[in-house]
Ligand binder design. Structure first.
Ligand SMILES: Cc1cc2nc3c(=O)[nH]c(=O)nc-3n(C[C@H](O)[C@H](O)[C@H](O)COP(=O)(O)OP(=O)(O)OC[C@H]3O[C@@H](n4cnc5c(N)ncnc54)[C@H](O)[C@@H]3O)c2cc1C
Length: 627
C-alpha cells in the first residue's frame, strides 16, 4: 500500500485529454498512477469546441483507439451528432466528426479513471519536480507534499503560467474559472528545460433560449452513423443539428472600430496564436475583402443551454463582444453566458524531447499534449497515450514505442514536434503527411492494432475480431478479382442509372475501379455479392483498396525508397562542431535536435540536402568525430 506513503510508479500531471490517456494506459498495463489535476470536476474538459474529429484529427482518434486508448470510445458514448466530412472526396481526406455532449464526455472519462483501481486521483497543483542525478524521482505540490515516482508525465495544457485576456483586462488563469499553474515552469528552468509562450482563444457561449434558429441554416448530422472506435457495441443515440449563420457588414464594422482594444493588436500578448484557428478579428483584418464569414452555432450538451459560437473566437472586450454577437442573424437578442477570451501560456518546445516523448535532459520525465506546443484534443490524446506507454516502458526498461511517419499520423505529429522548431500551436492536417493515402481513418486498425496488442492495451477478444476482419477483407478482394460480371441488358440497365455501361464481361474488381461504381452498386447488380451481406467496415475497406490500388502502391514505393535514409542511424555522441563544410547554423540545429536518422536530419528546417550528403559520406566512412 505504497500510496499511504505517497509512493507511486508514475505521476501524471494533468487530467485533460493527454493526461487521461497517459494515466489509463499506465494503469491498464498494471502500474500505480498518481493523477494530479487542478480541478477534479474538469476531467477531460473540452474548454473550446465541444467536438472531436474532423480532417486528420479523426485519423488520430482512430489510431488512439487501435493502440488501445479511450478517446474513440468516450466520443462514441457521448455524441450529439456524427458526420462524415468530405464524403464526396477521396479516402485520404474523408473524416468523421462528432459534436460532443461536453458534460457527459467529461463524466464518462471521470468514470473510466475512477473505476480503475490503479489510478489515484488527486486535486492539487504540482509546483516542483524532484530529480536525482539527471533522473526524475517525484514531484511536490503547492502544499509542500512530496510524491515519489520513477516516471512523471507532464500534460499541463494551457495552465502553465497561464494568463487570460478579455480586451485589455488580464488575470492569472489557465482556463476560464480555473487557476493557473504557477511554479512548475521555474522548476523546469532550474533543470535546464526551456519554456516559451503560445496563445489560443475561444468564443463566447450563448444561452440557447435567446437564439432565433429560424434565421439560420440547419446543419444536420448523418442518418447512417459511423463511429470512431473499432470495438463493437457502439451506442446509437438521438442526434441534434447544428446551425449556420454569417457575419454581417455591421459585425465587421464593430470589430474594425474596436481593434485598438484588442490585447493582440496592442502587443499585450506575445505568444503566437493558432494559424489554422484564427480569431474573428484576425480573419477580418487578414481577409479584408471577404464580406462575410461562416459562423456555426453548436449545442454544448443536453443538460445545458450553453451554445458554442464556432468561428467567432476573440479577445476583444466583453461589451464589444455583446455588440458583435448581436450583429449576427438569429443572435440579435443573444444573452452571453460566458465571454470569449484568449489565454497565453508556457509550453516546452518538443525539440527537447525524443520520439518517445521523454526529456533529453531528465530521464523518466515525459511530456504530452498542449505542453509540447500543439493545439487540439486529438493531438493531445495521441501524445498522452504514447507518453503513458513509454513511461511504462521506461519503468520496465523495455524498448520505447516510437512510431514512424509512415505508420501513422501520431508518428508524423511527434516527428514534426521533436524535429521542427514549432512557431505556432501545431494542429494535425492531412497535408502534414507525405503518406496520407496510406494513413487513412479507415485503416488505422490495420496499421496499429497489432502494436496495441503487443503492448498489452488491446485485449485478445478485440485482436481476434481484428484478425477476422482482416481475413474477410483479403477474402473479399480475391473473390472480386475472380468474379465475372456479364454484359447483359439487365445489368446495363442498372449501370446506366450511374452513367456506366459494359460491352463485354468484366471482373467485378475492374468494375469497382470505375469512379461512379461503389460496392453498394455492385450489390445491386450481382446477387452473390448481395447475398454475402458483408459488413460496412469490411466492404468500405475493400472498395478503397481496389479503387485506389495504383495510388496506394505508388505511395508504398515512396515509403520503401525513403526507408534508406530512415534506416541510416546517427549515433547520439556525434560532435557536430567538428564537421567541416556545413554551416554553423546547421551544426547548432543538429546538436540541439540530435536526429536519430539521416531522414530525421533532412526534415530539420534549414538543413540542406548538401549537408545530408556530407553527413552520409562521413558516417559511411566512419570519419565523424565523436564526443
Ligand atoms: C481558451 C482555449 C481555447 C482553445 N482553442 C482551441 C482551438 O481553437 N482549437 C483546438 O483544437 N484546441 C483548442 N484549445 C485547446 C484544447 O483545449 C487543448 O489542446 C487540449 O485540451 C489540450 O489537452 P491537454 O491534455 O494537453 O491539456 P488540457 O486539456 O488543457 O488539460 C490540462 C490539465 O492539466 C492540469 N494541470 C495543469 N497544470 C497542473 C499542475 N501544475 N498540477 C496539476 N495539474 C495541472 C489541468 O488542471 C488540466 O487537467 C483551446 C483551449 C483553451 C483553454
Amino acid at each position: 500500500m505504497d500510496y499511504l506513503n505517497n509512493k507511486f510508479d508514475v505521476i501524471v500531471v494533468g487530467a485533460g485529454h493527454a493526461g487521461c490517456e497517459a494515466a489509463l494506459a499506465c494503469a491498464k498495463l498494471g502500474v500505480k498512477v498518481l493523477l494530479c489535476t487542478l480541478n477534479v470536476e474538469n476531467i477531460a474538459l473540452q474548454p473550446c469546441n465541444p467536438a472531436v474529429g474532423g480532417p486528420a484529427k479523426s485519423t488520430l482518434v482512430r489510431e488512439i483507439d487501435a493502440l488501445g486508448g479511450v478517446m474513440g470510445e468516450v466520443t462514441d458514448a457521448t455524441y450529439l451528432q456524427l458526420k462524415i466530412l468530405n464524403s464526396s472526396k477521396g479516402p485520404a481526406v474523408r473524416a468523421l466528426r462528432a459534436q460532443s455532449d461536453k458534460a457527459e464526455y467529461s463524466r464518462y472519462m471521470r468514470n473510466l479513471i475512477e473505476s480503475n483501481p490503479n489510478i489515484y486521483l488527486k486535486q492539487c497543483c504540482i509546483t516542483e519536480l524532484l530529480t536525482d542525478n539527471g533522473q526524475i524521482t517525484g514531484a511536490i505540490d503547492e502544499f509542500g507534499i512530496e510524491y515519489k515516482a520513477r516516471a512523471v508525465v507532464l500534460t499541463t495544457g494551457t495552465s502553465l503560467e497561464g494568463r487570460i485576456f478579455v480586451g485589455l483586462r488580464s488575470y492569472s488563469a489557465g482556463r476560464l474559472g480555473e487557476k493557473a499553474a504557477i511554479g512548475l515552469s521555474d522548476s523546469l528552468h532550474k533543470l535546464g528545460i526551456e519554456t516559451k509562450k503560445l496563445k489560443t482563444g475561444t468564443p463566447a457561449r450563448v444561452d440557447k433560449r435567446t437564439i432565433d434558429y429560424s434565421k439560420m441554416e440547419i446543419q444536420p448530422g448523418d442518418d447512417e452513423l459511423n463511429f470512431f472506435s473499432f470495438k463493437p457495441d457502439r451506442p446509437v443515440r438521438k442526434t441534434y443539428p447544428c446551425y449556420l449563420t454569417r457575419t454581417t457588414e455591421e459585425t465587421h464594422n464593430i470589430i474594425r472600430a474596436n481593434l485598438d482594444k484588442s490585447p493582440m493588436y496592442q502587443g499585450l500578448i506575445h505568444g503566437v496564436g493558432p494559424r489554422y484557428c484564427p480569431s474573428i478579428e484576425d480573419k477580418i483584418v487578414r481577409f479584408a475583402s471577404n464580406p462575410s464569414h461562416h459562423i456555426f452555432i453548436e449545442p454544448e450538451g443536453l443538460g445545458t443551454y450553453e451554445t458554442y459560437i464556432q468561428g467567432f473566437s476573440t479577445s476583444l472586450p466583453a461589451d464589444v463582444q455583446v455588440r458583435m454577437i448581436r450583429s449576427l442573424p438569429g443572435l440579435e437578442n443573444a444573452h452571453i453566458i460566458k465571454p470569449a477570451y484568449a489565454v497565453e501560456y508556457d509550453y516546452v518546445p518538443a525539440v527537447q524531447t525524443t520520439h518517445s516523448l521523454m526529456s533529453k535532459k531528465i530521464k523518466g520525465l515525459f511530456f504530452g499534449g498542449q505542453i509540447n506546443g500543439t493545439s487540439g484534443y486529438e493531438e493531445a490524446a495521441a501524445q498522452g497515450l504514447i507518453a503513458g506507454i513509454n513511461a511504462y516502458n521506461y519503468l520496465n526498461s523495455s524498448e520505447m514505442l516510437e512510431l514512424s511517419r509512415s505508420s501513422s499520423y501520431t508518428g508524423t505529429l511527434i516527428d514534426d514536434l521533436v524535429t521542427k522548431d514549432i512557431q505556432d500551436p501545431y494542429r494535425m492536417l492531412t497535408s502534414r503527411s507525405e503518406y496520407r493515402l496510406l494513413l487513412r481513418q479507415d485503416n488505422a486498425d490495420e496499421r496499429l492494432t497489432p502494436i496495441g496488442h503487443k503492448i498489452g492495451l488491446i485485449d485478445d477478444a478485440q485482436f481476434d475480431r481484428f484478425n477476422k476482419k482482416q481475413q474477410m477483407i483479403a477474402d473479399e478482394q480475391i473473390r472480386l478479382e475472380n468474379l465475372k460480371i456479364s454484359a447483359t441488358d439487365e445489368i446495363n440497365n442498372i449501370l446506366s442509372k450511374y452513367e456506366e455501361h459494359i460491352d463485354r464481361g468484366i471482373r467485378a474488381s475492374e468494375l469497382l475501379k470505375r469512379p461512379n461504381i461503389s460496392y453498394k452498386i455492385l450489390k445491386e447488380i450481382d446477387n452473390s455479392t448481395f447475398e454475402l451481406n458483408i459488413s460496412k467496415d469490411v466492404y468500405e475497406q475493400v472498395e478503397v483498396l481496389i479503387k485506389y490500388d495504383g495510388y496506394i502502391k505508388r505511395q508504398q514505393e515512396q515509403v520503401d525508397n525513403a526507408g534508406k535514409l530512415e534506416k541510416f542511424r546517427i549515433p547520439d555522441n556525434i560532435d557536430y562542431s567538428k564537421i567541416e563544410h556545413i554551416s554553423s547554423e546547421t551544426k547548432e540545429k543538429l546538436e540541439k535536435i540530435k536526429p536519430k536518422t539521416l531522414a530525421q536530419a533532412s526534415r530539420i528546417g534549414g538543413v540542406k540536402p548538401a549537408d545530408i550528403s556530407i553527413l552520409m559520406v562521413m558516417l559511411d566512412r566512419g570519419t565523424v568525430a565523436r564526443k
